[in-house]
Design a protein. Sequence first.
Length: 331
Amino acid sequence: MPPSPGNPNTPVPLIKITADDIRGDPESFAALLNQEFQNLVQSINALTGVGGTINLNSHLNMGGKKITNVAAPSKDNDVITMAAANKAYSAPALAPQIEATGPYPLSTYRQLNNPNQRELSSSFLNFLGNTAPNTNSSNVSFGLPSGGFTPTTVSSGVLVRADGSILPYAQLNDSVAQPATFAISTISRTGNIVTGFTTGVNTLTTGDSVQVAGVLDPSFDGGFVLTFVGNVGSPPSPGFQYAQAGADAASTGGTISLFGIYYYVIDPAVGKMFRIGPFAADTAQNRINATSDGSTLVAVATITGAGGSTINSGGGATSPVQNTGRIIVPT
């Protein structure tokens, strides 16, 4: 049975011709040859598409060669050319479909220029930020020291959170322990370097922020950062040094006390103010450490052995004119 046209999946039967076929009846021999030729012609026609769609019984291996001149696809199982693929599925072709202003934007895509989808509330940021209040709200004030403690007050105010909501917080009346204070025996300034000695053992270390007060020559008084603590002078004696511009001079008396730096912060979730510290100095890293839990810095209070240091303390409402050392929010 020869294969039907357009169906090369049926193997072409092999008709073996023998010598007897040739010596026999010529009519039968001719019919046998015609049958074989018909099988071959029908299979060739089927493979060339004469009889309809070509159906292959196995995969087509082109050996690295191309198939060209393919028509545009019209059905789901049609092959597609590079030109048709680029026209329908390339980045330039898809871009208009997913643009925020296009006809088919992604359902989860936020259209930034669409007032109906604009983000008006970012409440999740309220618990992430720890920046200072963006409204001037608080000041720091001190009472007279008593019994080793300094009354410290941070006034009430408001905290404007990331989503624009306002969080009021109450005034905090605090009592802060005064840091260690040491009596100065002698102090001198040479070449803008001050060298001093205490009357007894001290716990000062290099890098400490200190307050010098009550020296017989008041030009030595002020707030400084110690550049060296150890044996100085000749013969060497335990002492301390800090940089201070001024004429060479020598004096006696007074005290040197450590700065007690305290940060007043607010928990943005509940609006409650609390104190963190002491720190030896007011630095960017210390401020980060004090607010690492997401709280917001409201004020810095600096306590010395003589009490609160106004010039080194401040809150959101403290003007730089009043406070040149600890600005929270410049006015």
